[in-house]
Design a protein around this ligand. Structure first.
Ligand SMILES: Cc1cc2nc3c(=O)[nH]c(=O)nc-3n(C[C@H](O)[C@H](O)[C@H](O)COP(=O)(O)O)c2cc1C
Length: 183
């Protein structure tokens, strides 16, 4: 599929696994965010962008937020990959609220947005990320448990360990959406 490109930003490989599979299924090029420039946006009609969730933000999303004009006549499909369970509407609400702070209202309306679940391996985290998570957990532990959302509880449950919630089949709607957009 020449019209479509999959671009991703992945720090520990979860988003990459989804992106790789999506590109394989679509038989389209796959590019790392760090290697993708504005030309990669110009040359394709359908852009699938995937990024990991870090403190509510989508990794590498500046490629999209900084290319508003260029994306006006493109079909953009955005997928996020985080630890929080996207089958919980509360979690999706949080992610979308954060997205709403960086994407324009027009982008929020036009972009097709999907949420996939990744994982975490504390043994592989960078020092900075490990201390960010440590700080977050210390803050959560000081709170009244009734104030914690499902997302917070998930972080507490998995803190220090390894979990992998990746299920490639959950990316099927992203693939279907890209196929429809490319017709
Ligand atoms: C410092 C840090 C912050 C994170 N913040 C969030 C978050 O806000 N929401 C979430 O669902 N997951 C969060 N995660 C979990 C990552 O999104 C998850 O590990 C994901 O699979 C990473 O994808 P990647 O390996 O492709 O970068 C965070 C992880 C780290 C290390």
């Amino acid at each position: 599929m020449e019209k479509v490109v999959v671009i991703y930003d992945s720090k520990y490989g979860s988003t990459e696994r989804y992106a790789r599979w999506i590109a394989e299924e679509l038989s389209c090029p796959l590019k790392k965010r760090a290697e993708a420039g504005k030309d990669d946006l110009k040359n394709y009609d359908v852009i699938v962008y995937g990024g990991g969730l870090y403190a509510g933000g989508v990794s590498g999303i500046r490629l999209l937020t900084g290319s508003g004009k260029l994306l006006e006549n493109k079909k953009v499909i955005l997928f996020t990959c985080g630890l929080a369970d996207p089958s919980d509407p509360e979690n999706v609400k949080h992610i979308r609220e954060s997205l709403g702070k960086v994407l324009t209202p027009d982008m929020m309306e036009r972009f097709r947005i999907f949420h996939l679940r990744g994982g975490i391996d504390y043994g592989k985290l960078s020092l900075v990320h490990r201390s960010m998570m440590g700080m977050l957990v210390r803050m959560m532990k000081k709170k009244d448990p009734s104030e914690l959302g499902e997302e917070d509880r998930e972080i507490l449950r998995t803190y220090g360990g390894t979990v992998d919630f990746i299920n490639l089949e959950t990316a099927r709607p992203v693939i279907e959406c890209a196929r429809e957009a490319a017709v």
